[in-house]
Structure formats: structure tokens, C-alpha cells
Write a protein that binds this ligand. Structure first.
Ligand SMILES: [Zn+2]
Ligand SMILES: [Zn+2]
Length: 1227
């Protein structure tokens, strides 16, 4: 034995092996017996010797063998060993010197890592059988097989005669499956031709020349019937094309085309290969070489009119040796087939072409050889070739290539489509092979595959679905793959697992990713288009496939991350911020510094998705914050607060939306801007230096009804909601143990910081106010226990007559339920865990001051524990929503506007007209650095109260002060809001206003309209204003200025509003920082329109219009007042002498007096106005008074209506003065 295995040196004498060699040889012997000899047989000495000889020859062939006749540093490796122990990619090159390996490794380039070299000896049988099963398991793949197993392999130039023989593989790479993919299989890349262990005797050629047909004859033969009965001719020719290997569920096939060397280019013949044992030919075929295919027959393809050549089970593929063949003589003058397939129906006929819109582009069909330089997306089959082209393999079935293709791989692409400027965000030209052309491997990569993370490999089957089921064209496919990757980056893995987003879509289990894209894809590529037909795509001439024509894609939409959205919104809001636009001239020129800064201090902007290109689509997971109590959309980048309405006027009540994926194209991105500034006057408004601080609050408003809501599979729910994992109760496996109780919510209080007593046993530190809210309601029935999946019957209550009213306190993380609780709805309070008696009965550890309980009229209160949950209860007994008429109790308009303060809590719906920040002036806030100002500021909302029975919408001011600041989301001009339990107050001038209080509940009913259409004010007769609260609050009237009551023009210090004669502030001990003064003006006019009279007050720039002065006249009038600082005129009545603060005979006074009594002032006008006083004093109308008039000797007593007091909004000259005639009285 030893002799057998020993080495015969060059001299021919036997050398005794060294102990090392001895050990190596023994190991080899064992390995060969176990791994390569037929199982259960005795050691095969001859085989063993052949293997060792083969190894030695190969080893010595590298030249530098380090003085050893045996590769002692190499060890044998079986297929099983590779599979189980080789967890890292590696390569082994028995025949290579280290310098050869170095040179090869250099190809990896600076960015790639070459495969590490292991010293392993691999032997095995090359086969196309994956297992012991026959035929059926042949799919055209190639394997290396030994006694321990099989391993799929790739080989560049296969010789079919190698199949079934034992080989030594001198140079190979092994790539194990990705670490996460435990079920995956590794594969082998055989870098050089295998070395046969037992050199096969070269089979002699056929004894006599083989009769063959050449392509031209063969293709003519297809058109003759009956000539070939019983004959299976052989075909010879040069291989001009190989199609892709097409695998369907039933069978696999490919098509090869042979052409004649001298025959015209068009004359080639296609041969369909679909016998499983012949599929492996696909790896052996090399375009440009000549072959003979034996024993062919003609078949008609089902569903097609043409006939093709196909192989029979006894067919062989042989290299063409001209000396071994002779042309078969055939007489071909028989009749042609009736259905001559030659003039094939051309689907893309010229008529078709004429109708095509000009936007349709045609791809170029070409052949390309290049090297893969990058992986753009492996699951989507997208690669970079030669640094500048994209390669999309998705339109072929490229499963086997997916493993091999990586940077460094050389490919030959035959008949590949080149698509240029496909749009949709893809810039480079794209090479995309369809089934017609083959992707031929021309060189393996020396690079280690990039450490592919689990998620990078996800989605392959979804991407396939996009091409093969949704039939997306290439531009849209590229966009969709990128969009899906973008979505994965946005959401995975925190919100969703990659496999959840990118899973294959099946009818019962649709892919989340596809659902998110579907609305866009449905528009651009409506589903249900025809499926691809492989036969047609490969065989039909002219060629027809999905890659042939395309249109440039306009990027349909983008899915910005929430952080991007927030930042973009913020940037756009500040870019659009311009105090001069917020305060246009001439209004701003009359404002004092304080008024200016107040008006600049709050503003808002709403951005609509349609205003960005491409349109933005909002995607996030809905969460309820347990810290802030607000709703949020979250993605991996961050979160955005949001205000959500289920639909118009309907709040969000169903807490099951928590954790759902939300997608909407209709939303408003709201940016509220808070600015602290110290502009001295309007002249400095464009100087940004006066802005001291700016802050923006960004949030989103949308209707759930406009959104796509996708539930996320359960196990992840907790990570998507605001619940911290600790707070999530650890539920035992099996049925959940829970108990619950129903309650009807009657009132909800504001979410704010409140003080609570320390529960016994808790940290006895000084309690800090904590964010909390309470709801009051009543229990509906007793506690119920979970029985299976349903709730059991309610437990009988201890005392049926006991008051069922309850106050529920939400604090800590249970504030997350705030946005879901609304009056009028029935909720189920669910407590997990084993049944606890009286769990929902008693006060528990919470401690509400007794007075609060009394106020709420509740007998008991209960603190909602962190782990408890709330569900909206809807069913036949409890309709999902409250009866809208009952739901929102409203104070009647009369009660609301009455001066009677007995009922100080009021509720109403209103539209917000304006929102301003006001602070307790006059302390100059810039004198006091620090945040004192913000703490004392309050927000004033001016609202138009909606009353069902009346078109007039009285205006009210609502003040929001600490601790209700910042105000809740959505209190924006234009929004409609329901306010409940506001505190009504009456000012010293008998105006009614409201204030927020802790019990205030508010519900936004609708968002500000996306486009503001300013409806013209109603045109009325003044007498209509005497009809009490039924008249509109703002209106316009055509009337006549009868007389001027008073006129005042003054210059005040812009800072302290003291009078400024000669432009100097007169304030005692003035320390005003600037000597800027602003003009202010007011005029009181008597107007009438034939139905009633009204006193109108016009201020500032409206005075100019009232006086009929043009801007330059107005400016010079104001300038002339600057000297005295003030001019005030009082007119006691029509025709009466004016009383003036200035001397009567001063020219200025004289001028004004003349002006105010001239027809240029006393004239017909169109007046827009609002009621001067807030409704409180208007509604309880004073009755007409009896007034005494002296008319000569006579004293007349007549009823006079009280004068209506109006504020001027604008004055316009009448368009048709004559039309006023009917109502205007001549003066
Ligand atoms: Zn094609
Ligand atoms: Zn001053």
C-alpha cells in the first residue's frame, strides 16, 4: 500500500515518504474511500492512486511547489464539510502560485476585498442532477456531487462530455449563504476547467459522416407538410443566438438559433429545447461556435400558428466538425403550407406607429460585454456596469445569476435592450435583457460579496411580482423599486420588519409595500394588462417585448421622511416670512411699535403636498404620545405631531388606529411661526436685525377618510405605539385574561398639568404638577370578563340604585388616550390580568379633591392605570357615534350674549377669524431679557359664533392663558371649532369675552379651507341692523355721509404712545429708546341710507378715504399736524360750530372744518363695516326712546331708534352714484 502511494522520483527509484507525507497520504486515502468511492465498497486502490496522481500533477504544474512533491499544506474537503464548516467565502487554487493569486486578487480594486485563499482540495462528479431523482429534477443547473452531498456550481465553458465524471477542481471559490439565511445554499464558482481524475478515452467520431440539414433548408422545411414523417433530421450551423432559460411551473425551456456560415443573415432557424436532460446545454452553448443537433422534429406551438424545430429525447448536441458531416439531400418542391408563417402578423404595424404619441421612445437592441462594477439593488436585479450603465435583470428569470453577479463579474449580454433617459429619477442609460437574449457569464469575480444585511436581500419576490404580475414597464419598475427602498429606509426595522413591508403579495396577505404604492401604480399602470408570453417574446419576428417601447416617466411622487418634511416646512415657512407682507402699508404706518410687534408675533402657513414637485405623500405609523398626549406620525427619522379628524366634523375615536400605517396624499403641513421682535416702527420692518427670536411649531392635519390605513401585524404593535416595552403587560400565551367595563363619556376636560396627591407608598417628594386630564361619564353595566374571544355577561352590580357616575383620571402614560376620548361615545375600559374584584369600582390610589368630584357630580373616581386600554365600543346597542344633535351641547345665542353672568360656562361652535398674541403691555419687553414675556403672553382668538337659527355670526374674543399655552393644535384662522365649557366674562365696557379653563373641552370640526375665497360681505339696509342678533355682524351698505361728528389727528411716540409735538416724546422722564413717532387718525361720521342712521368710526388710513384725500394729500395733511402734535375737532351737530383743541382761526383747523362740511366729504359712499361693539350691548336692544325736539315754538316728542354704532372696514366710492338716488336724501 505504502509503495503504491509512494512517490516515484525522477530517477525512478522509490523514495520513502517523510512522516508528514505519510500522514497526508493516509488522510487522503481515508477521504477518498469515504467521499468518492461508491458507498459501502472496499477501498478502491486504483481510484485512490488516480486521485493522488491527479492532485500531484496539478500541484506540480504551478512550477513552484516549495520542494514538496505533495501539496502537504492542502487538505481534502468534502461537499458536506464545505456546507457545514465553511461559513465565510473563500477560494482555493491548487494550481496557482502565490504571485498568480496576488495578481488575481489585485482585480478586486481598492474598494473590493479579494476572496481569502484557503488550501482545500475539492473533488467531485459534475452533474446536472440535483439529487438521486431522475429526469424531473433536472432544471439545467450544474452541481458538484460526492458521497456527502451536492453543491450547485457555476462553470463558464461547460463541455457536455464532462457530465457524470469525477474531477479535481484546481481553482474554485465557495460562497456560503448569507448568515441570516440559514435555509439558503452556498454555491461554487469553478474558475478553471476541471481536471479529470481518470482521463477518458476520446470517443471516436461517428463511423460515417452525419447527414445534416443547414439552417436555410431547415427553415424552408418548416413550411412543407409531410416531408419528414418518421425522419428525425440533424441540423448543423453556427450558433447565432441563445434565449434566456425560461422556467414556468410546468416546464422549462430555451430556444437556440442556428445560422449558416455563408447564408444571408436573415436565414437562421430556431430550435426549442425543452427536454429536462438537455436544459444543461444552455451552459455549454457559446454563440459564434458551430454545432450539430441530432434527432430533431417539427412541432406546432400551442396557441401559435407557426411550427418550430424542437429536440427529441434522443437528441444530442455536438460540436460541428465539417469533416464529420454531409448535407442531406431533400427534394423541396412540394406544396407550401396554407398558413404560411413567413409574413407574420406584425403587431406594431405602421398604422399603430402613426397613432403612437410622440413621447414613446424605442429602445435599441444591441450586444454588450462589460464588467459589473456595483450592486444597485440585488433583490431588484439592478447593477452597475462599467461604472456608467445600469443593468436591470428583472425582465429575465435570473435566480441562478443572482448569486454569482457581483462587482468584478464579466457578462456578455446578447440582444439586450438599451433604454435611455427613462426618467423617474434614473439618470443613467439602462441595459435590460428580455427573454429574447441571453446573459452569458464570461468571468467570475475575485471579490468577496459585500456583507449583505438581511434587509438588503429582502423583497426579491415582491420585485418579481412587479414585473411578472403587475407588468410594470422598466421606467416605472425602476421608480417603484427605489420607492420601496425609500419606504424601507423610512420605516424599517423600527416600525416594521423588512419582510413585512416587502413580502410577496398574495390574495389573503397583501404586501404592505405594494399597498402603499398601489394608488400610484394603479394610475400609471392599471392592473390587468396582458401577461408576457415567453414563446412570442423569443420567437416572434419582428421582436415584441415590454422593453421595446417606453415613455419617459415623470417622477410621480415622493415619500419624504417626517424629519425632511418638518425641516422643509420650517425652511419654507421662514423663507416666506416677511413682516412687510404681514403688515402691508398703509395700515402698518399708523401702528405703534408695540402693535407692530404684536401683529408680527404670530403667523402661520399651510403647505399642501401638491405645491411640491413631485407631490409629497405622507407615510408614517400612527402613535399616541404617552408624554404629550398628542397624536403623532412616526417613522425612523422622527415624529410629527398631527391633528386628525376621522372625517369632516367627526373626531378620531377608535384607538385601534394606533400602530397602523397611514398613507395620505391629502394633508396640510401647518407651520405656526412665533416671532419675538422689537421693530421700532413700520419703517424698519424689512430689517431682520430687529427679530430677536423665532420659533416654529410644525404639525400635520388630515382626515382619516382621505388616508389609506394599513394595520401592521400584531407582534410589532407595541414598538409602534408610544407604550414603552416595560409598560406593555407581559401577556401569557394562550387566551388573554382581561376584564372590562363600558362607560358613556359625557365630558372631557383639558389636557394640562395638574396637582395630585401623592399616592400612599409613592415617592414622598414634593409633588410636581403632572400632565393629566379627567373625563366624566357613567358606567353602563358591571364588569365583564373575557370568555374566549368575547366578553362575558356583566357582573351584577352590588347596588342597582347606586350612582353609576364616575370620574376617570388619566395621568402618566395613560394621557395617550386623550385624543380618542370624546363626549357622547361609549368606550370599553380594559384591564389586563387576572380578575380583581372591585377593580373598576373604587377610587383606587388616586386622590381627587372632594370638590372636584362634587363639581363633576360624580360619586367615585378612578385612576386609569398605565397598562389599561380603551376601546371604542360600537355595535347594535351603541351606535359608533353620538347623535350629532345631542352630541355637542350649545349655549343659546341669547344666553351667550346676555349680560347675565349667572351661567358663566358657555359652549358653542365657531369659526376662528383671527389669532393674535397679546401680552400685558405696556412694559417694553425688550427691556426685560429672558422668558418672562412668553409666560405672561396670552393668545386671543376672535371667532364668529355659529348659530343654527341665525345667519348673523356674532364675533367674540376667546383668551387662552397659562397654563393652557401653547394652545392646542389646529386653532387656526379659518378652522371651525367646537368649544365646550368656556368661561364667559364681561369686560368693563360691557363686551363679552371668553376664557379657557381647566374644564374646557374643544374639538376641531374642520380645518382651514385650502383656498380662501373671500366671500363678499352681504349688502344690507342699515335698518336691518336694528333687528337684533339676526343681522350680520359684518356687512356693507350704500349710504350717504350726513355729517362729521369729530376728527382727530395726532402724532404719538411709537414706543410709549405719548403725544409727540415736534416729533418729541412728551412722556415724563422719557427714556424711550427711539424718537420715532407715528400718526394716528380717527373720524366719526353720521351716515344714513334712508332706512336708518348709524355712527361710523373710521381709523387711520380709512380716515383718508373718508375725507376723500389722495395719498399725497393725506401725507401732507399729517405732516402739517406734526408740529402741534394733535388736532382734534368736535362738531356738535349738523351746521354747528366745531369745537377745537386748536385755535379756531388756525389755517389748518379752518381747512379741516371747511373740508368736513363740504360735499367732497358729505357724499354717497359704499361702506363696509362691522358692529362697533361686541354683541352684548347690541343684542338686548335698547327700545326706541322718546326724544324731545324744539322746532321754533313747538316742542315735538318723537320716537327715535338708538343710533347704530359701526366700525369702518372700508369706504368705496359708489360705482353708479345715480342708483343711490332712491335712498339718498338731498342735503
Ligand atoms: Zn425584448
Ligand atoms: Zn415715548
Amino acid at each position: 500500500m505504502e509503495r503504491c502511494l509512494g512517490d516515484t522520483n525522477q530517477a525512478g527509484s522509490v523514495r520513502i515518504p517523510f512522516p508528514q507525507e505519510q500522514a497526508w497520504l493516509e488522510a487522503a486515502q481515508t477521504f477518498i474511500h469515504e467521499t468518492l468511492c461508491p458507498a459501502g465498497s472496499d477501498p478502491d486502490v486504483q481510484l485512490t492512486q488516480s486521485v493522488i496522481d491527479c492532485v500531484k500533477t496539478t500541484w506540480l504544474s504551478q512550477g513552484k511547489n516549495q520542494g514538496f512533491p505533495l501539496p502537504l499544506s492542502y487538505s481534502f474537503v468534502s461537499v458536506q464539510d464545505l456546507k457545514t464548516h465553511q461559513n465565510l467565502p473563500c477560494c482555493s487554487h491548487l494550481s496557482w502560485s502565490s504571485s498568480a493569486y496576488q495578481a488575481w486578487a489585485q482585480e478586486a480594486g481598492p474598494n473590493g476585498t479579494p476572496l481569502p485563499r484557503e488550501r482545500l482540495l475539492l473533488l467531485g462528479t459534475l452533474t446536472d442532477l440535483s439529487g438521486d431523482l431522475e429526469q424531473e429534477s433536472r432544471k439545467g443547473d450544474l452541481y458538484v456531487k460526492d458521497n456527502t452531498g451536492v453543491l450547485i456550481c457555476e462553470l463558464i465553458d461547460l463541455d457536455l462530455s464532462w457530465l457524470g465524471h469525477l474531477f479535481l477542481f484546481p481553482s474554485w471559490s465557495y460562497l456560503p449563504p448569507a448568515r441570516w439565511n440559514s435555509s439558503g445554499e452556498g454555491h461554487l464558482e469553478l474558475l478553471s476547467a476541471p481536471v479529470p481524475v481518470c482521463p477518458s478515452t476520446t470517443s471516436p467520431g461517428p463511423p460515417s459522416p452525419l447527414p445534416v440539414l443547414y439552417p436555410e433548408t431547415a427553415s424552408r422545411l418548416l413550411r412543407h407538410r409531410g416531408k419528414l414523417r418518421g425522419v428525425q433530421p440533424n441540423l448543423a450551423g453556427k450558433l447565432v443566438r441563445v434565449s434566456a432559460l425560461v422556467r414556468s411551473q410546468k416546464k422549462a425551456h430555451f430556444v437556440l438559433s442556428l445560422g449558416g456560415g455563408s447564408s444571408p443573415a436573415g436565414s437562421h432557424v430556431s430550435i426549442v429545447v425543452q427536454i429536462p436532460a438537455q436544459l444543461v446545454w444552455h451552459r455549454a452553448l457559446w454563440p459564434g461556435r458551430s454545432y450539430v443537433l441530432t434527432a430533431l422534429r417539427v412541432v406546432r406551438i400551442r396557441g401559435h400558428c407557426y411550427r418550430v424545430w424542437t429536440t427529441s429525447p434522443s437528441s444530442h448536441l455536438l460540436p460541428l466538425k465539417p469533416e464529420c458531416v454531409r448535407e442531406l439531400e431533400l427534394e423541396l418542391d412540394g406544396p407550401l403550407l396554407e398558413a404560411d408563417p413567413a409574413p407574420l402578423p406584425t403587431p406594431s404595424s405602421s398604422q399603430d406607429g402613426d397613432r403612437e404619441p410622440a413621447l414613446i421612445r424605442h429602445s435599441t437592441l444591441l450586444s454588450y460585454t462589460g464588467k459589473v462594477t456595483g450592486v444597485l439593488s440585488q433583490p431588484a436585479g439592478l447593477y452597475e456596469v462599467d461604472g456608467q450603465l445600469a443593468l436591470c435583470l428583472a425582465y429575465q428569470q435570473f435566480h441562478s445569476l443572482r448569486k454569482v453577479v457581483r462587482p468584478g463579474v464579466s457578462l456578455e449580454l446578447q440582444d439586450v435592450h438599451l433604454l435611455q433617459s427613462v426618467g423617474g429619477g434614473t439618470r443613467r442609460p439602462v441595459l435590460a435583457p428580455c427573454l429574447h437574449g441571453a446573459i452569458l457569464l464570461r468571468g467570475f469575480s475575485c471579490q468577496k460579496p459585500e456583507n449583505q444585511s438581511f434587509y438588503q436581500a429582502q423583497g426579491a419576490s415582491l420585485f418579481e411580482q412587479l414585473v411578472w404580475e403587475r407588468q410594470l414597464g422598466l421606467p416605472l419598475y425602476l421608480w417603484a423599486t427605489r420607492a420601496l427602498e425609500e419606504l424601507a429606509c423610512k420605516l424599517c426595522p423600527h416600525m416594521l420588519r423588512h419582510h413585512q413591508l416587502l413580502q410577496h403579495s398574495s390574495p389573503g396577505n397583501p404586501s404592505l409595500g405594494l399597498q402603499l404604492l398601489a394608488p400610484v401604480l394603479d394610475v400609471l399602470a392599471p392592473p390587468g394588462s396582458t401577461r408576457r408570453n415567453a414563446h412570442k417574446e423569443i420567437l416572434e419576428e419582428p421582436h415584441h417585448c415590454p422593453l421595446q417601447k417606453y415613455t419617459r416617466l415623470q417622477t410621480p411622487c415622493s415619500f419624504p421622511t417626517l424629519t425632511t418634511l418638518k425641516e422643509e416646512g420650517r425652511c419654507r415657512a421662514w423663507a416666506a416670512f416677511d413682516p412687510k407682507t404681514l403688515l402691508p402699508l398703509p395700515e402698518s404706518s399708523h401702528l405703534t411699535s408695540c402693535q407692530l410687534n404684536q401683529r408680527v408675533s404670530w403667523s402661520w402657513l399651510s403647505l399642501l403636498p401638491a405645491t411640491s414637485h413631485p407631490a409629497q405623500i405622507l407615510i408614517g405609523v400612527l402613535a399616541a404620545s404617552s408624554h404629550k398626549g398628542c397624536l403623532q406620525l412616526r417613522d425612523k427619522s422622527g415624529s410629527l405631531p398631527c391633528l386628525i379628524l376621522a372625517k369632516h366634523c367627526q373626531p378620531i375615536t377608535d384607538s385601534r388606529f394606533i400602530g397602523c400605517l397611514v398613507r395620505t396624499e391629502k394633508f396640510q403641513l401647518v407651520i405656526e411661526r412665533n416671532v419675538r421682535s422689537n421693530f421700532p416702527s413700520y419703517k424698519e420692518l424689512n430689517m431682520t436685525g430687529f427679530i430677536q427670536k423665532q420659533q416654529a411649531r410644525v404639525y400635520i392635519q388630515f382626515f382619516l377618510a382621505d388616508a389609506l390605513i394599513l394595520p401592521v401585524p400584531r407582534p410589532l404593535l407595541h414598538s409602534a405605539t408610544s407604550l414603552t416595552p416595560q409598560a406593555e403587560p407581559t401577556l401569557p400565551d394562550g387566551p388573554h385574561i382581561e376584564q372590562s367595563r363600558l362607560f358613556l363619556l359625557s365630558h372631557k376636560e383639558a389636557l394640562m398639568k395638574r396637582n395630585f396627591c401623592v399616592p400612599p407608598g409613592a415617592n414622598p417628594e414634593v409633588p410636581k404638577p403632572i400632565l393629566s386630564f379627567c373625563v366624566s361619564g357613567s358606567w353602563l353595566g358591571g364588569t365583564q370578563r373575557k370568555e374566549g374571544t368575547a366578553w362575558g355577561p356583566p357582573e351584577p352590580k352590588g347596588d342597582e340604585n347606586k350612582d353609576q357616575k364616575v370620574l376617570l383620571v388619566f395621568r402618566g402614560s395613560s394621557v395617550r388616550w386623550f385624543e380618542f376620548l370624546h363626549p357622547g361615545y361609549v368606550y370599553r375600559l380594559v384591564a389586563p390580568g387576572p380578575p380583581t374584584p372591585l377593580l373598576f369600582e373604587e377610587g383606587g390610589p388616586s386622590c381627587i379633591p372632594q370638590r372636584a368630584l362634587e363639581l363633576a357630580g360624580c360619586a367615585s373616581c378612578l385612576t386609569v392605570q398605565d397598562e389599561w386600554t380603551l376601546e371604542l365600543e360600537s355595535g347594535p346597542d351603541f351606535p359608533a357615534g353620538p347623535d350629532t344633535s345631542k352630541a355637542l351641547p350649545k349655549t343659546s345665542l341669547d344666553d351667550l350674549l346676555s349680560g347675565n353672568s349667572s351661567d358663566s360656562l358657555v359652549s358653542f361652535s365657531a369659526e376662528i377669524l383671527s389669532r393674535t398674541l397679546c401680552d400685558p403691555l405696556p412694559a417694553p419687553f425688550w427691556a426685560k431679557p429672558g422668558g418672562t414675556r412668553t409666560s405672561r403672553a396670552s393668545v386671543k382668538l376672535t371667532v364668529a359664533v355659529e348659530a343654527a337659527d341665525c345667519q348673523s355670526r356674532p364675533h367674540l374674543d376667546i383668551y387662552i392663558k397659562e397654563p393652557h399655552l401653547p394652545p392646542p393644535l389646529g386653532l387656526l384662522p379659518g378652522a371651525r371649532v367646537y368649544f365646550s365649557q368656556l368661561e364667559k366674562k364681561i369686560s368693563r365696557c360691557h363686551n363679552i369675552y371668553c376664557c379657557f379653563r381647566p374644564s374646557t373641552y374643544l374639538q376641531v370640526l374642520s380645518f382651514p379651507p385650502e383656498t380662501t375665497i373671500s366671500a363678499p360681505l352681504p349688502h344690507i339696509f342699515l335698518a336691518e341692523l336694528l333687528q337684533g342678533g339676526r343681522a350680520p355682524f359684518q356687512a356693507s351698505a350704500s349710504c350717504h355721509i350726513v355729517s362729521v361728528f369729530s376728527l382727530q389727528l395726532l402724532w404719538v411716540c411709537a414706543h410709549c404712545t405719548s403725544l409727540c409735538p415736534q416729533g418729541r416724546c412728551t412722556r415724563q422722564g422719557s427714556t424711550c429708546p427711539t424718537q420715532t413717532s407715528v400718526s394716528q387718525a380717527s373720524i366719526r361720521l353720521l351716515v344714513e341710507d334712508g332706512t336708518a342712521e348709524a355712527v361710523v368710526t373710521c381709523r387711520n388710513h380709512h380716515v383718508a378715504t373718508a375725507l376723500g384725500l389722495c395719498p399725497s394729500e393725506w401725507t401732507s395733511l399729517l405732516e402739517s399736524v406734526r408740529g402741534p402734535g394733535k388736532v382734534a375737532l368736535q362738531f356738535t351737530g349738523p351746521g354747528a360750530q366745531p369745537e377745537s383743541s386748536a385755535k379756531v382761526d388756525e389755517p389748518l383747523t379752518l381747512f379741516l372744518r371747511t373740508l368736513c362740511t363740504s360735499f367732497s366729504v358729505l357724499r354717497p359712499v359704499v361702506l363696509s363695516f362691522e358692529l362697533e361693539r361686541k354683541p352684548s350691548t347690541v343684542t338686548p336692544l335698547e327700545p326706541p326712546r322718546l326724544q324731545r325736539f324744539q322746532c321754533g315754538e313747538l316742542t315735538l316728542l318723537t320716537r327715535v331708534n338708538p343710533k347704530i354704532r359701526l366700525s369702518c372696514l372700508s369706504i368705496q366710492e359708489p360705482k353708479h352714484p345715480s342708483s343711490l338716488g332712491a335712498f339718498s336724501l338731498s342735503c
